[in-house]
Design a protein around this ligand. Structure first.
Ligand code: AHM
Ligand code: MG
Length: 348
């Protein structure tokens, strides 16, 4: 019998597909001392649910799962059928996996106790963000944050397990259902992006070690709300225009954030008259993206403090969000602060 050592192909006849998400997660497990593999398994569970939601999203135009569900969520926003489907898919994946004890979801009024007291992790998730874009075939996303529970494993979950500031996240990520589907995540050791190859059913590492440009030429804000902006925001957006930056606003946070992360830019959702804290939610929208932004060398603030340092006080709490390239966020903060300092003169 003839035995030959394996020689990797040098002909270039078949292109290499690269590293799968699964393999990458396994390789990176050693970043965590004493890791027992649960976080890795949890990330895999999320990736599996993302593949299913990707399939549902792609079928939306055909399968009568587009359009409104006919109910509003706890935020008073109209739920789309795909919002509900995505919520079911992620809930199912997270509850079956066994690593999670509690879930906070945009689509659920209360914290969902999975009755799994041996689960180490708490997940906060927006299963389908930007869902008003589904029916017009525009990119949407999933956003998730993972926290280690604070109370001892085996005991019932408590408020302190859920109400943790973003600095306590052990992992966070998003899935972008766009011209291609991508999963981008961090465990606090840089940011990596994976593109979904549908015919193989796998995410492959396509954007290793993402680093955000320190400056950029894109600003993203809903300019229709200009009337209700503070003077600081008006000043900053005026500055962006005077610099002839490009205005790009999809209205899907994940898509706007992802573009700015790769190309350099800033996304702003300030407080408005009707929503003084803006529209976006701290626990399952702002925190995850802030963690990713910082890991990629970008910044995220509410205009007063780092998003990650905000101590949450309620589940569906909103926060103003200014996130993106380091220098752009600094300039926005400088102009916001400048207008705060205008103290009315008192004539004595
Ligand atoms: P949603 O969670 O109900 O989908 O709302 C969040 C979305 C973000 O994706 C997007 O950036 C923002 O709302 C757009 O809001 P607006 O239409 O007010 O500009
Ligand atoms: Mg959302």
């Amino acid at each position: 019998m003839k035995i030959l050592p394996y020689q990797p192909d040098q002909s270039g006849m078949a292109y290499s597909v690269g590293t799968t998400l699964d393999r990458f997660i396994k390789l990176k497990q050693s970043d965590f001392p004493f890791a027992s593999g649960e976080l890795s398994q949890l990330l895999r569970d999320i990736a599996l649910a993302a593949k299913i939601v990707n399939r549902e999203t792609n079928r939306a135009g055909l399968a009568n799962i587009g359009g409104a569900f006919g109910q509003t969520n706890v935020q008073g926003e109209e739920q789309q059928k795909l919002d509900v489907i995505a919520n079911i898919r992620f809930m199912r994946a997270l509850s079956k996996g066994g690593e999670v004890c509690a879930i906070v979801s945009e689509e659920e009024d209360a914290v969902i106790d999975l009755q799994n007291n041996s689960g180490k992790y708490v997940v906060a998730i927006d299963p389908l963000d930007g869902s008003s874009n589904i029916d017009v075939n525009i990119s949407i996303g999933t956003i998730f944050s993972i926290y280690r529970r604070k109370t001892p494993i085996g005991s019932p979950i408590q408020e302190e397990d859920v109400m943790q500031p973003g600095t306590e996240q052990v992992a966070a990520g998003y899935v972008l259902y766009g011209s291609s589907t991508m999963l981008v995540y961090t465990t606090g050791f840089g940011v990596n992006g994976f593109t979904y190859e549908a015919s193989l059913g796998e995410f492959f590492l396509s954007h290793p070690n993402i680093e955000a440009p320190k400056n950029g030429k894109i600003y993203s804000i809903n300019e229709g709300l200009e009337k209700s902006w503070t003077d600081g925001i008006k000043d900053y957006i005026g500055f962006c225009k005077s610099e002839q930056l490009s205005a790009r606003y999809i209205g899907s946070l994940v898509a706007d954030f992802h573009r700015n992360l790769l190309k350099g830019g800033i996304y702003l959702y300030p407080g408005t008259q009707s929503n003084p804290n803006g529209k976006l939610r701290l626990l399952y929208e702002a925190n995850a993206l802030a963690f990713i932004a910082e890991q990629a060398g970008a910044k995220a603030t509410d205009g007063n403090q780092r998003i990650l340092e905000i101590q949450p006080t309620s589940l569906h709490q909103r926060t103003p969000l200014y996130i993106g390239s380091d220098k752009m966020v600094d300039e926005a903060l400088r102009r916001i602060a400048r207008h705060k300092q205008i103290i009315p003169t008192i004539n004595l």
